[in-house]
Design a binder for this molecule. Structure first.
Ligand code: ATP
Length: 441
């Protein structure tokens, strides 16, 4: 068992070394809490997004997708309440001007203990002031107050703005949903814990529009569905829990919210939130834009603003949770990432047993063939044992070895990452074998 405190450091190091996640602009010293996804990280993230999309959009007749703009005009975020309300209380250390969230007081305490030992905290900290978390920019060639725009702090608003467009073009009837995956930006005061809290991140959000009287029912249904989704993709049930928000915690627009929390090495933390946003958003955008955003319910014969149930998850947090959960250190210190095969960045690796006697030719041919359908690695360096370990460490579910017998019997050995069992199968059957083991994305 890996020590809990160690685990995060080991995961971060593995992510860098094997190409899952790098610090952004690292050669210039990094950009504070901004990260880049490497060759394996981008595969894992895309697999996650594809599975989310498959289950939230493709396989449902009541949900459609959307991809809306990041640059947002201030009127939108004024109406949504973000301009005034999307704030954290901020305090500043008078000694070194470092800033902290006043509601994360333990950080202030550890800052003083580490950097300004002996100084009285209350004499050396400013009163809390509201700090807006949105990134501001300017549209067009003039930097003036008339040209302000924001980078969206959530993907949800783009969905509400297009509610009528989607309704008219897709002819959905409530209950129905609009889903979106995309980047959001928050100038977090205390980002950290690797890719858990960052300033630029991706969200996967669904706004599900329902009759007000059905809201409670769908709220509960979505909480269960989202919890099940994480289990279905292999997160251990004991590492997941649901935590309803207290009344004080609720965002201004919500009457109820529940977080799906994951037991990260740094403690239980939010992976995804499911909120009952009532009719707050459609109502406020109608009031501010002057455009009718009500829904006409033919069955009930009346017009109203639907209530909205919102499951909103963070893709980067999901990536971290899936890596942490898959991480296992064996007795010989060997690391295995036990990803669900559908999530694994590389599905299969192909090795020639040795670098001679035509074995690389046969292996390369198989590699080229499989590459048409899967992400495949080819490796001919070092012993087969070492090659297995390299693949285990990045979570590749299967490794195929081409050996001398392969030249005669046209068979190869497939080794399973988790059972470590080896099977001999015909080269011509490899693709079928993988397809049967893998629900293809
Ligand atoms: P937190 O309480 O952790 O700040 P939140 O409740 O403000 O999160 P929401 O506004 O509900 O988050 O956003 C939905 C999801 O987006 C969160 O569950 C989380 O997974 C993700 N998310 C929010 N902020 C960040 C961030 N700074 N970095 C990475 N992911 C984030």
């Amino acid at each position: 068992m890996v020590e809990i405190a160690d685990k995060m450091a080991k995961v971060v190091s593995l992510c860098k070394r094997r190409g899952f996640v790098y610090p952004s602009a690292e050669i210039y010293g990094g950009t504070g809490s901004v990260w880049d996804f490497g060759p394996l990280g981008v595969e894992l993230k895309q697999n996650l997004k594809k599975l989310w999309w498959r289950d939230m959009v493709q396989r449902r007749s009541d949900i459609v997708g959307l991809d809306t703009a990041i640059i947002t005009r201030p009127e939108v975020l004024r109406a949504s309440g973000h301009e005034k309300g999307f704030v954290d209380p901020l305090v500043e250390c008078k000694v070194c001007h470092e800033r902290f969230r006043a509601d994360h007081y333990h950080l202030v305490e550890s800052h003083f203990a580490e950097c300004h030992k002996g100084k009285e905290i209350k004499d050396n900290i400013t009163p809390a002031r509201a700090f807006n978390l949105m990134f501001k920019t300017f549209m067009g060639p003039v930097d003036s107050d008339d040209n302000i725009a924001y980078l969206r702090p959530e993907t949800a608003q783009g969905i509400f703005l297009n509610f009528k467009n989607v309704l008219e073009s897709s002819r959905q009837k409530i209950p129905f949903g609009i889903a979106q995956i995309g980047k959001s930006f928050r100038n977090e005061i205390t980002p950290g814990n690797f890719i858990f809290r960052t300033r630029e991140f991706e969200q996967a959000e669904l706004e599900y529009f329902v009759r007000p009287s059905d809201a409670e029912h769908y709220y509960k249904q979505w909480i269960e569905a989202r919890f099940r989704w994480y289990c279905m993709l292999g997160i251990k049930k004991e590492n997941l829990r649901l935590r309803p928000h207290t009344t004080e915690e609720l965002a201004h627009y919500a009457i109820a919210a529940t977080d799906v929390e994951y037991k990260f090495p740094f403690g239980w933390s939010e992976l995804e939130g499911i909120a009952n946003r009532q009719d707050y958003d459609l109502q406020t955008h109608e009031n501010h834009s002057g455009r009718d955003l009500k829904y006409f319910d033919e069955e009930l014969g009346k017009k109203f603003w639907p209530y909205v149930i919102e499951p909103a998850g963070g893709v980067d947090r999901m990536v971290l949770a899936f890596i942490v959960d898959a991480y296992e250190e064996m007795e010989d210190n060997e690391v295995v990432l036990r990803f669900d095969p559908r999530l694994a960045p590389i599905k299969v690796a192909v090795f020639p047993l040795v670098k001679k006697d035509k074995l690389p030719d046969v292996a390369k041919q198989l590699y080229d063939e499989l590459k048409k359908d899967f992400m495949v690695a080819y490796d001919e360096a070092g012993s087969v044992g070492r090659r297995y370990r390299r693949q285990d460490e990045i979570g590749t579910p299967w490794c195929i070895t081409v050996d001398f017998d392969s030249l005669k019997d046209n068979c190869v050995t497939i080794r399973d990452r988790d059972s470590r069992k080896q099977e001999r199968i015909k080269i011509a059957k490899v693709k079928e074998y993988l397809e049967s083991r893998l629900e293809k994305l």
